[in-house]
Design a protein around this ligand. Structure first.
Ligand SMILES: [Zn+2]
Length: 495
């Protein structure tokens, strides 16, 4: 008989130090689809939901898709939003059930204004409706903070194994296959987890160069193949800018039934994580050093890419920090582009003046001037767009993005892409949609920590990661006040 599977996505990576609450508008600004729209919009994208859609065809599941919601990382998800989206899922389970299985595309670092463990709370409510026996499979981002509640309530957890995240489809495909085997009665999956006394580690999970993350992922793979009954071994590197009890790396093993070897494997993997804690493959440099490196060469065969690590909207930073941009303007860089600066007010000023206008305007630095004050600039509006673009990939190819009204203002030799929405620049279309050809620039600056590498490393002559101290995703954790985090932890208290 055809199996009925409920499939939903509710994602958020919460930076609890951000003052910007995550509202329904935050979801509308990124991705919020209900019902049939989920399949029409997400089919054939490189995402988890697309893999679940394909699984319905491959395994002849009758899929029900109540909602897919994803917002740019920011502050805590409001109670209203959590209740609304959870209830869409729960109502669908009640009204359209019974279901044989539940597949969820989540993040693993959602914190709400009323609940610290957003994913755990969602699972708890779902379990309350479906009972203990209906299998739940969930996919998580590699930057998840895994809680006991998540592993107790989900039967299958599969976590991205790439950063930049280019394997969302494959990860969900793996979760779907395990769900299918469960529905067939071949396996009875259970998850176990191990965590260390650390809130940051694994070199932020980077997989673009050999390092701690690639090594422990290899050990996890070996464990999956060598320990009988292990179905999937997963590593979360954690998301450090979250003040909750459980922040930090964790290892999750999905086993067939209960066997002590599964926990032993998780413990062995987390010990490797702990041993690797001091190893980093990329040390961000200061703005001053970065400018010196850029100015050393007059003309480059391909752009040098500067990553504004500390003000990465993809990690919940505001994306309007101005320290790096100001240094670039002061250095009078030529044939350069900067993207994307969040400033809806300055965008409106430029739009009102019109294409080609010379404008005098203060840009950026409006949310918290501690990370760089607004910069007064004189420039020319060289492009105005509606901020609509489709990602080219490799990350999330095919996904539609709406940044809202967007302009390019040319200040000296720098084309600054300024948008009404907060977006990490991890796709060349953030420039190209506004008629900037990134390959032809000598210098590109992106507000991104690492995801930008998927699209920009192939066209870059050099990549420089800059910690401008200009945002909420700086690695200076000791400057943040953690009150709920378990202590002692590395690197705050332990070495
Ligand atoms: Zn991530």
């Amino acid at each position: 008989m055809q199996k009925r599977v409920l499939i939903a996505g509710f994602k958020h990576e919460t930076n609890t130090f951000s003052q910007l609450p995550t509202t329904l508008d935050s979801y509308k600004a990124r991705t919020l689809y209900y019902g049939d729209e989920v399949t029409t919009k997400m089919r054939r994208t490189k995402t988890e939901i697309a893999a679940f859609i394909d699984a319905c065809e491959r395994f002849d599941w009758q899929g029900v898709f109540p909602v897919y919601a994803n917002a740019t990382p920011s502050g805590k998800v409001t109670e209203d939003v959590f209740e609304h989206i959870s209830n869409v899922i729960l109502d669908s389970i009640s009204d359209q059930g019974p279901f044989d299985g539940i597949c969820l595309a989540l993040h693993g670092a959602m914190v709400c204004s009323h609940v610290d463990d957003g994913e755990g709370e969602l699972l708890h409510r779902i379990r309350h409706v479906i009972g203990p026996d209906v299998p739940i499979a969930m996919t998580l981002d590699l930057h998840a903070n895994i809680t006991d509640q998540m592993t107790a309530l989900a039967d299958i957890i599969v976590i991205y194994r790439t950063y930049p995240h280019i394997d969302q489809y494959e990860i969900a495909n793996e979760a779907a296959q395990l769900m299918q085997r469960t529905l067939n009665g071949e396996i009875k999956p259970k998850t176990v987890m191990a965590r260390a006394q650390m809130m940051d580690g694994l070199d932020h999970g980077r997989t673009t160069t050999p390092g701690p993350m690639t090594e422990v992922l290899l050990s996890a793979k070996t464990g999956t193949h060598s320990v009988p009954g292990v179905l999937s071994s997963n590593i979360a590197c954690g998301f450090p800018w979250v003040d909750i009890h459980d922040t930090g790396p964790a290892c999750v093993v999905v086993g067939d039934g209960n066997a002590p070897e599964f926990q032993e494997l998780a413990d062995k993997l987390i010990e490797e994580v702990w041993q690797s804690r001091h190893r980093i493959t990329i040390a961000p440099i200061s703005i001053e050093e970065a400018m010196e490196r850029v100015l050393v060469v007059d003309k480059r065969p391909a752009p040098i890419v500067l990553a504004d690590f500390a003000d990465n909207p993809g990690g919940g930073a505001y994306g309007d920090g101005t320290r790096l941009l100001k240094a670039m303007i002061d250095a009078d860089l030529q044939n350069a582009a900067f993207g994307t600066l969040y400033d809806p007010v300055a965008v409106q000023t430029c739009v009102r003046q019109g294409l080609g206008a010379h404008v005098v305007v203060a840009i950026g630095g409006k949310i918290d001037p501690k990370y760089g004050a607004p910069i007064p600039v004189t420039g020319r509006v060289v492009a105005i767009t509606d901020g609509s673009l489709k990602l080219k990939g490799p990350m999330m190819a095919g996904t539609e993005i709406q940044m809202g009204p967007t302009v390019v203002i040319r200040v000296g030799g720098i084309d600054i892409v300024m948008a009404s929405g907060r977006f990490q620049n991890y796709d060349t279309n953030f420039f190209e949609h506004a008629n900037i050809n990134p390959s032809e620039k000598d210098v590109l600056a992106v507000k991104s920590a690492h995801h930008f590498r998927a699209a920009y490393a192939p066209i870059a002559s050099e990549v420089i990661v800059v910690d401008s101290g200009g945002g909420l995703t700086s690695r200076n954790y000791k400057e943040l006040t953690y009150t709920k985090l378990r202590r002692p932890v590395f690197p705050l208290d332990l070495n």
